[in-house]
Design a protein around this ligand. Structure first.
Ligand code: GAL
Length: 363
């Protein structure tokens, strides 16, 4: 059974020191400085840094952060230093350095750039601070834990539903692939999983794009260009997540493509669930973020106290847990995201969607 042990002496600094640490981080984050001026604090065993990558994808601020913080609060009197890197790897590096300077005793890191983040892990390791690779796997360094979903399976689920929706392309039309960020280690796995299905399906890939920073505007721009080139020959758009799906659908709408081709997604964002209802989007992938965020909080607290952690898997030498993603089409909304309390019927069925909800039997 893989396990990690944090074996270095720790000094409990007390709440005051930790509050100072938290405000130091806040100051350096607000000032946008790299935290070079502040004296290095001894890593504290009551301070956890949560470093998330992206604000354009809804999950991080809506689910990951609040669920993580709530679980930490249940576990005891800990300080969480939070920062979102806005898809900027250099900014994430600064945020990590600031958190370390402020005395974070463990980093929970969802890397913007899997390769660049190796130096964050090295800085943390040099201070004896363990790092949990959260959702995306850092490309190296001594990681204490990795918690994610089965990311290749995400791509397989997307492409399986996609091929079901599009058919085998025997009408001569082809598909577009809007993949995720080229610096995101998960994006490569989504793409690999999707290709494993699409490449055997008979569908022809007209063109493929790795969307910088998962940016929906960039996805929209690229799809617009492809519509100009391929017009009616587009039978479907494989989009790797809901944000890029939103960009792709916006491009199709602007070009008055009617009917809309099949479009995939991921993350079960509220806007995507509503697009499933109106038929604008064909599927999404639901990843239950609660168990992911809560397990990360529990492991972080254990590591803070130098306790051993165990995991069901070992991935690239790191103890790991991979959760199971679930495909969602309009027919599965009640049994998945609603049954799980991820979204309520009230969240989904706002007045603009009342008719669509009724038609789909939601309510
Ligand atoms: C992936 C993550 C997805 C999605 C995407 C955009 O790494 O697994 O859930 O959020 O990044 O940030």
């Amino acid at each position: 059974m893989p396990r990690t042990r944090l074996d270095r002496p720790r000094r409990r600094p007390g709440r005051r020191a930790s509050a100072v640490a938290a405000s130091l981080l806040a100051v350096s984050l607000l000032a946008g400085c790299g935290g070079t001026a502040a004296p290095s604090a001894t890593p504290a065993d009551d301070t956890i840094a949560l470093l998330l990558p992206d604000a354009k994808t809804a999950r991080y601020e809506t689910f990951d952060r609040p669920l993580f913080e709530a679980r930490v609060a249940e576990l005891g009197d800990y300080e969480v230093l939070y920062a979102n890197a806005d898809q900027d790897a250099a900014k994430q590096q600064q945020q990590a350095e600031s958190a370390l300077t402020a005395g974070a005793g463990v980093l929970v890191l969802d890397p913007v750039d899997a390769n660049a983040a190796v130096s964050i892990v090295s800085s943390a390791n040099a201070k004896g601070v363990p790092v949990i690779s959260y959702d995306r796997l850092v490309a190296g360094g001594d990681l204490a834990y990795y918690i994610s979903f089965d990311n290749e399976k995400v791509g397989v689920l997307q492409a399986t539903a996609f091929v079901e929706g599009v058919g085998d392309g025997d009408d001569g039309r082809g598909i577009l692939m809007v993949n995720g960020s080229p610096t995101d280690s998960n994006a490569a796995l989504f793409k690999e999983g999707a290709h494993s299905v699409i490449d055997d399906s008979g569908l022809r890939v007209l063109a493929e794009y790795d969307t910088p920073g998962w940016n929906p505007e960039k996805a929209q721009e690229w799809v617009s260009g492809q519509i100009a080139q391929h017009g009616d020959a587009i039978a479907g758009v494989y989009a790797a997540n809901d944000a890029t799906a939103g960009g792709a659908i916006a491009a199709l709408r602007v070009a008055n493509v009617d009917p809309l081709p099949i479009v995939t997604g991921q993350d079960a964002e509220l806007s995507a669930i509503q697009r499933l209802l109106t038929g604008d989007q064909y599927m999404t992938v639901y990843k239950a973020i609660r168990p992911q965020a809560e397990l990360a909080a529990e492991v972080a607290v254990k590591l803070l106290h130098g306790e051993q952690v165990t995991a069901p898997l070992e991935i690239e030498g790191t103890p790991a847990t991979l959760l199971d993603p679930v495909a969602v089409t309009v027919d599965d909304i009640m049994d998945t995201v609603v049954a799980d309390g991820f979204w309520t019927v009230d969240d989904i069925c706002t007045p603009a969607y009342a008719d669509a909800c009724e038609a789909a039997g939601i309510g």
